[in-house]
Design a protein around this ligand. Structure first.
Ligand SMILES: *Cc1c(COP(=O)(O)O)cnc(C)c1O
Length: 425
């Protein structure tokens, strides 16, 4: 690369990723093939529209490329339709809201501090200005069980047009059948934002909301799904010509969504990213990916146990997925941000996060959020979780002792260097 400054930063970032252990649950390491596709000449091409219905010439290769990505996504999740154009998870959610709602309509989503995502109507988002968000949440913080009775009561009263299942900070499984039952009773469209767990669903380690009557799944492609940064929308229904406005019915959701992604909300698709999504979907269709998905959960479950043994107080006392939330204020009398910064000094990357009913502010919350998708990609297994938990405990306990922190940092570096990045091979 001629640009020495950027080349230097890429090299430094590669090194950072090699010598550290990535515990942020929304991050992962992609394969060399995904990186190749992402860095390909498809970035040069404009292809507004959809396969066979483009506005510019020269679509000989983009049409079959996008169709391939669509077909693979449909196969992976068993949906009638896939839109692979959303630039990321947030635009995917906005496109679905706009396809189905009118301004002022109501959406029912998880309480944000119980695990809901910013795009589920955080007051600072544009969605919250357009739509009315009502909430469901956890009934029992010790088990994490959702209060489905309260959910039904609020749904009956507020008549939401969308009931949204999904989270970025909830370590337990949702009961999709209950969501579907309530959705049916109040006539809501059922949307699942699977940004965090799409890879676990694709790898058949967790249930698929579409099997329970959900109408739409939105997702990112870069978290557990291990593809490029991007978004994805899956839907069931009839696919008709996106150039003609269809009636607003559940059956027409695929077409309503296509029209909203382009031209409703986005311009030209990023074809290089779509190429990389295609590669990632194909990797996720391999039997190996199911082994990977199950290992993510096995590792998370073991890590949760090892942490609890060492005095960490986990929100809901464990995990069913890839994600762990620790209440640091109850564990070691520090806040989540302080914990994040201490772990950073020894090469363990995690992120601070609000916990249910957090008494501290969002920039300095009580929680620390961890996950196993990235370290599982590196090749770590259950027994390695003991080491990770012990390093965490030692670093936090000895946070004022630079000598100990330095020793821990060398240990982590030596250990991590034994597990190459997939793109190193
Ligand atoms: C990560 C995430 C998103 C947003 O994805 P971006 O790619 O960051 O825009 C949306 N919803 C949920 C549940 C997420 O976890």
């Amino acid at each position: 690369m001629k640009d020495k400054k950027v080349a230097h930063l890429i090299e430094a970032e590669t090194k950072r990723q090699r010598v550290g252990l990535e515990l942020i649950p929304s991050e992962n390491y992609v394969s060399a093939d995904v990186l190749d596709a992402l860095g390909s000449v498809f970035t040069n091409k404009y292809s507004e529209g959809y396969p066979g219905k483009r506005y510019y010439g020269g679509q000989d290769n983009t049409d079959p490329l996008e169709q391939l990505a669509i077909d693979r996504a449909k196969q992976l999740f068993g949906s009638d339709h896939a839109n692979v154009q959303p630039h990321s998870g947030a635009p995917a959610n906005i496109a679905v809201y706009q396809a189905w709602l009118e301004p002022g309509d109501t959406v029912m989503a998880m309480k944000l501090d119980h695990g809901g995502h910013l795009t589920h109507g955080h007051p600072i988002t544009s969605s919250a200005k357009l739509y009315n968000f009502v909430r469901y949440g956890i009934k029992d913080l010790e088990t994490g069980e959702i209060d489905y009775e309260q959910m039904r009561e609020v749904a009956l009263k507020e008549k939401p047009k969308i009931i949204l299942a999904g989270f970025s900070g909830y370590p337990r499984n949702l009961d999709y059948a209950k969501f579907a039952e309530i959705g049916k009773e109040v006539g809501a469209m059922l949307m699942a934002d699977m940004a965090h767990i799409a890879g676990l669903i694709a790898g058949k380690a967790l249930p698929n909301p579409l099997d329970f009557g959900f109408h739409v799944i939105t997702s990112t492609t870069h978290k557990t799904l291990r593809g490029p940064r991007g978004g994805l929308i899956l839907s069931n229904g009839k696919v008709t010509n996106p150039l003609k406005a269809p009636e607003k019915t559940l059956e027409n959701l695929p077409t309503l969504i296509d029209r909203e992604v382009f031209p409703g909300f986005q311009g030209g698709p990023h074809m290089h990213t779509i190429a990389a999504k295609g590669v990632a979907f194909n990797e996720a269709l391999e039997p190996d990916f199911q082994v990977y998905a199950k290992q993510i959960i096995a590792n998370a479950s073991r890590l949760a146990n090892e942490l609890m043994k060492r005095g960490f107080k986990l929100v809901t006392n464990g995990t069913d997925n890839h994600l762990i939330q620790i209440d640091m204020t109850q564990s070691f009398k520090i806040d989540g941000r302080e914990a994040q910064e201490i772990l950073d000094t020894i090469g363990l990357t995690a992120n601070c996060n609000a916990i249910p009913n957090d008494k501290l502010p969002p920039f300095r919350p009580s929680g620390l959020r961890l996950g196993t998708p990235a370290i599982t990609t590196r090749g770590l297994k259950e027994d390695d979780m003991e080491k990770v938990a012990e390093w965490m405990k030692q670093a936090i306990k000895n946070r004022k002792d630079e000598k100990i922190l330095n020793t821990l940092s060398i240990e982590v570096k030596e250990f991590a260097s034994r597990f190459p990045l997939p793109s190193d091979n």
